[in-house]
Design a protein around this ligand. Sequence first.
Ligand code: ADP
Length: 374
Amino acid sequence: RPSPSPARSRPAPDNGGSADSCRVRVAVRLRPKNSEELAHGADFDNCVELQPESKRLKLKKNNWNCESYRFDEVFSENASQKRVYEVVAKPVVESVLEGYNGTVMAYGQTGTGKTYTVGRLGKDDPSERGIMVRALEHILSSMSFETDCIAISYLQLYLESVQDLLAPEKTNIPIVEDAKTGEVSLPGAAIVEIKDLEHAFQLLQIGEANRHAANTKMNTESSRSHAILIIHLQRSSRIKGENCRSLSNDTLDIFPDNLPLVLKSKLLIVDLAGSERIDKSGSEGHMIEEAKFINLSLSSLGKCINALAENSPHIPIRDSKLTRILRDSFGGTARTSLVVTIGPSSRHCSETSSTIMFGQRAMKVVNTIKLKEE
Ligand code: ADP
């Protein structure tokens, strides 16, 4: 193992001395009206009013008996993908480049823009690119191929089964937690080293196609599964030597063990399943199964966030695979940023309200950002 280096005792990055510097950051993003909402006019009246200057959002309840909520940022329907990346994800990616773990996650009702925000490829229109592509672009342009290495795993969590979107024959991938460090790994999941942005696009496209194919086979929608992109970054002060090892299945360890400084970090980018409650009445078979498991994973995430927000001694992290995978993201050592997505229509006011409450509670979670000890 590399011996401890001065870099490992560096303070958390970019804290600016403020007390809440390790708090989970939460932004809200409003989707523009879709054609149905535009066509129906007053029927689909706005249920929210944004006040970007004060970073507040007013939620219309009975007759504009408004409740107002403050977030770290409030994005209107005109906010660009670039701006959302810069505010929500860029600080996390910068931490990851310094060796810290990070998480960027989208939460919200189906159809409110989670995949648009996080997973949009925008291959031919760079202005459309979502957080996954922009984060990869940012890391690729900031690292040195002589000394550093970047690889990705792309997974889907569906019905409490972790499936590999880069190697779809791999299903039921186990989640393993290191008892000493708490580090979570997914042995067996493909870790593919990335050469350049074009290669990253190819892999994301393969992942997207496999997600679509898997969901078609299961007769379900992609919004019923959680998509998780893991970017593994390894940075060294030394030039890669001849005795580099190739990537093994579950570890990214291409440098000889005796190097003085090797920083390994992970960035999780998560597109969660739709947070709406699934109506079980009239549903049969797999629909009931889906409802049970999505409700299980998102409600256990909500319970962990509540417990962390209240400083409860018991955090029910083991209740679902989602919370086990996100162990480092909430109450752990990662820098975490969450974007909650909402639609404008008053038809979905109660879902919008529960998304907003989820975001408000997540803002109370404080992580301890630190470098992982080897
Ligand atoms: P979700 O992933 O939450 O189910 P999507 O990302 O699929 O939702 O978005 C639903 C639709 O709305 C898509 O057609 C998407 O392109 C569009 N959309 C969402 N957010 C925006 C936005 N900010 N600007 C333009 N179109 C958007």
